[in-house]
Design a protein around this ligand. Structure first.
Ligand code: ATP
Ligand code: MG
Length: 222
């Protein structure tokens, strides 16, 4: 069964359809890159896939569960446990250290303290930041901040990770390091990935590339 599915999904703002009749299916552990020009609807689609926004037509199913039928409380549970998100501007909490940022989603889920410590220690090692664990976000480089954000997004073992231009604000070498980590960690954790990007290099870490234009997928090579 697909972990994430869009069926005939569309979204309009006013009378203008920004996305129209989109179908996609993401298998467990599959990495898909979403490429397309600015304004074609990538972020809009990601917001629909993550249950942050509701489609005006069609539906999104997360592990078979239709998101448009989920109550706000259920959506919030799903967003904490089954989905992880990463953004271009990291969105770390500035008053928490690197490790506290990674621990936060697990604290919100009431994980036992020992399990939180164990998971966080393993994740911070996986992203190569053991020596920076107690640093504040302001003391970290952009690449380091994004590595913390990757660890945080994967902390609760989500089925799907949604990343919106996660390297858009990084220099090329930090960007490459973050991409390599994204591939390695999602593989290790068995999480699927939807990676919105402008970069063909970023698409290289994915199993499949979807090209979008004016709110529709272009037919590509099979
Ligand atoms: N809340 C909104 N109200 C009205 N129009 C919107 C809204 N959100 C997005 N749009 C419009 O929908 C279109 C698609 O926007 P979207 O942010 O999805 O593009 P994108 O592909 O992510 O672009 P970029 O690569 O620049 O991030 C744009 O024309 C945008 O102006
Ligand atoms: Mg966008």
């Amino acid at each position: 069964m697909a972990v994430l599915q869009a069926q005939g999904v569309g979204r309009r703002f006013g009378s203008r359809w920004v996305i129209r009749s989109l179908d996609m299916a993401l298998e467990a552990g599959e990495r898909v890159a979403l490429l397309g020009p600015s304004g074609c609807g990538k972020t809009t689609l990601l917001n629909l896939l993550g249950g942050l926004d509701r489609p005006d037509e069609g539906m999104v199913l997360l592990e078979g569960e239709p998101l448009h039928r989920a109550s706000p409380a259920r959506l919030s549970v799903l967003r904490r446990t089954r989905l992880g998100t990463i953004f271009q501007f990291f969105h770390l909490i500035p008053t928490l250290t690197a490790e506290e940022n990674i621990e936060l989603p697990l604290r919100m889920l009431d994980w036992p303290e020992a399990a939180i410590r164990e998971r966080c220690t393993a994740l911070i090692r996986s992203v190569g930041l053991t020596h920076r664990a107690t640093a504040w976000p302001a003391e970290l480089s952009g690449g380091e901040m994004q590595r913390v954000a990757v660890a945080r997004a994967l902390a609760a073992r989500p089925a799907v990770l949604l990343a919106d231009e996660p390297t858009g604000n990084l220099d090329r070498s930090s960007g490459r390091a973050v991409l390599a980590l994204l591939a390695e960690l999602t593989e290790q954790e068995g999480s699927a990935l939807v990676l919105v990007t402008h970069s063909e290099a970023a698409a290289g870490i994915c199993h499949r590339v979807l090209r979008m234009e004016d709110g529709q997928f272009l037919a590509g090579p099979a």
